[in-house]
Each structure stands twice: as C-alpha cells, then as structure tokens.
Design a protein around this ligand. Structure first.
Ligand code: 5GP
Ligand code: MG
Length: 182
C-alpha cells in the first residue's frame, strides 16, 4: 500500500488539528442554536465519512444520535459524478431535529444536494452540512457547506476514510496515488 502513494497532501497531525477546529466550531454553534432538550442527529454519508465522523464526534459533548446514509456517487474506479442514488434506508423522524450531514469530499455537490433535499422533506429544525474537504475546480463556482476542513486542488485523493475501488481507507494520511496504482 505504501508504495502506491505519490504524495502526502495532509499528514495525520494536520488532519487531527483541522478536525479539532471544525469540531469545536460545530460545538460552539450548537451551544448557541439549540437548547438542552433539542435533539441533534449527525448524518454521515457512507462509507467515506466514517473516519472523519469518528474523530469529529469526540469534540461534540452533546447528547446526539447518528443516522447513517449511503449514497452511490461514483462507480468505484473514477470520480466522475454519474447519476447518484440513495442506497438503503434514510434516517427517519428528523422533524424538529438539528441535523448535520457529514461527508468526506464536496466535489460537484450532487451528493450533498440530493441528501439535503431528502432531509429537508422531513422538516428538521435546522440542517447543516460539514465536509472534510472541498475541491476547488477552475471555472466552476465555489460550492457552499457550513463547515469545511480543507479546500483542496482538483486531484483524486485517498486515505482517512477515502477510497479507490474501496481500498486505502485505512491510510492515516490524505494522499494522492501514483498513476500505476490507478
Ligand atoms: P459530489 O457528489 O460532490 O460530486 O461528490 C462527492 C463524492 O464523490 C464524495 O462523497 C466522494 O465519495 C467522491 N469523491 C469525490 N472526489 C473524490 C476524491 O478525490 N477521492 C475519493 N476517494 N472520492 C471522491
Ligand atoms: Mg461519498
């Protein structure tokens, strides 16, 4: 696995530092916008968001739940966003709750758009989006999310939960792969 790595984009220490700052911001905002009796639910988009989510929730000292959501956003081997669809169950009973959708990367925005639309139908008290990374692509308008860990160049990255053909999720750093590995 190590010899497939081309370049380390973000070392684990830098990721940890950034996740902490995002987590603390979310915690502060929740403090300000919700009361003790309010229900908070984090909705991670599987599978890429799991490592990020696991680290992030440990900065949130609130009483909260997790409702996972699975989206097929690309066909294993490429990043080109094809048509995306939900897979499996959608978290239910979100009405009146504070929902935070958590994803690994915001690229074309199709995934977050679809998920947000579906969640909004349930009338949550609030809906926020949190992504570890946002891709910056030339000649494309900047997409918005409420919390963004890193703005990254338009490169294919793996590690810290992100995969290529379902591999490399266990790499502690966020890296690019050598062309031979792709
Ligand atoms: P969007 O729907 O915003 O175009 O795509 C977001 C999804 O595409 C992410 O949840 C992620 O699964 C996948 N994706 C986009 N860029 C990358 C990348 O550089 N590496 C990996 N591993 N997945 C990516
Ligand atoms: Mg994804």
């Amino acid at each position: 696995m190590q010899h497939d790595i081309e370049r380390v984009l973000y070392h684990r220490d830098e990721i940890a530092e950034r996740v902490r700052s995002v987590g603390e911001r979310i915690a502060k905002d929740l403090e300000a916008s919700s009361s003790l009796s309010d229900e908070i639910i984090l909705v991670p988009i599987l599978t890429g968001a799991i490592v990020f989510l696991a680290d992030l929730i440990r900065y949130l000292p609130h009483k909260l739940r997790i409702g996972v959501l699975s989206v097929r956003s690309y066909d294993g081997r490429t990043t080109e966003s094809k048509d995306i669809a939900l897979r499996g169950d959608i978290p239910q009973n979100l009405q009146g709750k504070h929902v935070i959708v958590v994803d690994d990367i915001l690229d074309t925005g199709k995934t977050l758009n679809l998920v947000s639309t579906i969640i909004r139908e349930q009338n949550p008290a609030s809906l926020r989006t949190c992504v570890l990374m946002r891709k910056i692509v030339e000649d494309r308008p900047l997409l918005a999310a409420d919390y963004i860990g890193f703005d990254i160049p338009n490169e294919f990255v793996v590690g810290y939960g992100l995969d290529y053909d379902d591999y490399y999720r266990n790499l502690p750093d966020i890296v690019t792969l050598r062309p031979e590995a792709l």
